[in-house]
Unconditional design. Structure first.
Length: 151
């Protein structure tokens, strides 16, 4: 199998590496400080403001929803094209994937909604996910009648 990168992938890798150097890596200590302040204030789930700034910068540079292949809200990349980009974002796993709107569990949920969601589900959930306005969550609730919470 040929794993050579095409021109588009090489160009995106170059742009992404530049973005990582200019925006993501310098923002890591800011992110940590803002997250610590939120946790200290009793709100550990509040997203640090620097994330919104990075999202805007990534979107402006065309580094947005790179994972989504067959939908108008994605970059239209194949897995082969996306893999080296995911590897690059993996150098800042707590910040870069979310900044590019390529973080789990959002990515999987967007893929499922794009492929199988009704128009109403796509409008209510997919569009805000693609736009980075909301995040997905995994909830381990309790089953009725279960004292332990095991599902």
């Amino acid at each position: 199998m040929d794993f050579a990168q095409d021109e588009r992938t090489r160009e995106l890798c170059t742009r992404l590496e530049s973005f990582m150097d200019s925006h993501i890596y310098p923002a890591e200590p800011v992110y940590a400080e803002q997250a610590a302040k939120a946790a200290h204030a009793g709100d550990p789930w509040r997203r640090p403001p620097v994330v919104a700034e990075l999202k805007a910068a990534a979107r402006e540079r065309g580094l947005w929803n790179l994972f989504l292949p067959g939908h108008s809200g994605g970059a239209g990349l194949t897995n082969l094209q996306y893999a080296p980009l995911a590897e690059i974002t993996g150098h800042s796993p707590g910040l870069a994937p979310e900044a590019l709107n390529c973080a789990a569990p959002d990515t999987g949920n967007m893929e499922v909604l794009a492929e199988f969601g009704s128009p109403q589900q796509q409008e209510r959930w997919l569009r805000p996910l693609l736009d980075g306005e909301i995040r997905s969550a995994w909830y381990r609730g309790t089953r009725p009648g279960s004292a332990s919470g095991a599902a």
